[in-house]
Design a protein around this ligand. Sequence first.
Ligand code: NDP
Length: 344
Amino acid sequence: SLVLVTGATGFTAQHIVDQLLEKKYKVVGTARSQAKADTLLANFSKIHDISNLSLEIVPDIGSSGAFDDILKKYKFDYVIHTASPISLSPVDDLYGFYVKPAVAGCLSILEGVKKFAPSVKNVVVTSSIGTALNFDQADNMDFVHTEDTWNPLDWSDVKSTFQAYAYSKTAAELASRKFVEVNQSELNYTYTSVNPTFIFGPHVFASNLEFASGSSEIFNSIISYPPDKEGPFNDIVSLACDVRDVARLHIEPLSDPEKFHNSRLCVSSGEFSPQTILDVLNSRFPELKGKFPKGNSAEGEKYLQTHGFAADFSKTLKLAGSLTPLEETIYDSAKQFFDFKEKL
Ligand code: NDP
């Protein structure tokens, strides 16, 4: 079967491509530039038979009909749409940078497949847990977030880069679900969203650590805290998951589209703070003893009990099976980072 993966150069998408090739799917990926496509192909050629991987260039997912030519050129069985703006750097035009491409990208995929790719059986879109969390209810342990809750953020409330990002994903998912609902009777495909929490985990190619961005950059900055940094280490409290699980959950719906139709797969292996990460470093890397701050593990755990987001994503677990324990995710990502740093 042939799968289109948009944003194939991304941290998460590389795992999706890797797992698809492992499972003997044929893949067409999109990249924003030829240079990025060439690097990706060269990397994959080291670990897979790349006769099953082609790359196409889509410079701007926000432009109208962005994917039409590609959808006409191939006969796809499935589409996985991951490309969406995600950045920690400040931007001037928050709406233009985040919201426009996020919404337009989703709609051009869904419309393009409807018009030009009747062979597609399932479209899986990478959304975000930011669409399901109510940030006003952070630290309220009585408000339980589920696959049925929505972020009520209005554009007029958006003050930060992070809020603009969360808004962009919410607007994109709402617009996508509406499109599917309105056009249901004319669609040959089913729709599934994957809504990850903070995505941690190793990169498919360690060399990408040099340009790590987003959640990977946040993780790497925590594991690089100097040993004399003072706690408490609870300035970030959120939910997290493993990139390999996120990739797997994009692929599971392909073999059973009906089972996953309209589902919203909210991927979380649990809550973390920087203290959680330091605890794993201190317990699992005895050879690096003294190189990280210790903080206070018991205080850190106590803090998590009353802070962050209460959540119950058991619907997802029922559909998708068990997830990697956060400790293993933290260990594997840190191990790759330390090995890579040693090689530099
Ligand atoms: P990456 O930044 O590694 O991947 C993002 C991908 O989208 C890249 O391929 C990037 O291309 C592409 N992209 C970004 N903006 C545009 C644009 N304007 N036009 C075309 N392509 C664009 O991040 P992740 O792998 O973490 O993100 C993948 C998906 O997962 C996104 O949809 C993100 O919203 C979602 N997500 C991520 C979370 C996380 O914690 N990391 C949590 C929840 C959801 P290029 O390589 O050229 O920059």
